[in-house]
Write a protein that binds this ligand. Structure first.
Ligand code: SF4
Length: 63
């Protein structure tokens, strides 16, 4: 499973990095980046939830 952040859509709210810090992190420019690729099995559920909770749907999950 892969998580992809569309940096042009991300508004830097920080929610994903807060929900799932093992997979998402914020850059100095306050944009989310994926730091675990592929997503480890134990973090899949949280990574998926963070994608669903992103207020601007900037995160895409692929199998
Ligand atoms: S939840 Fe969405 S908008 Fe917020 S930091 Fe993460 S990718 Fe960006």
């Amino acid at each position: 499973m892969k998580a992809i952040v569309d940096k042009n859509t991300c508004i830097g709210c920080g929610l994903c990095a807060s929900d799932c810090p093992a997979v998402y992190s914020m850059t100095d420019e306050n944009i989310a980046v994926v730091i675990a690729d592929p997503v480890p099995a134990e973090h899949k559920e949280a990574a998926r939830l963070a994608a669903e909770n992103c207020p601007v749907a900037a995160i895409t999950i692929t199998e």
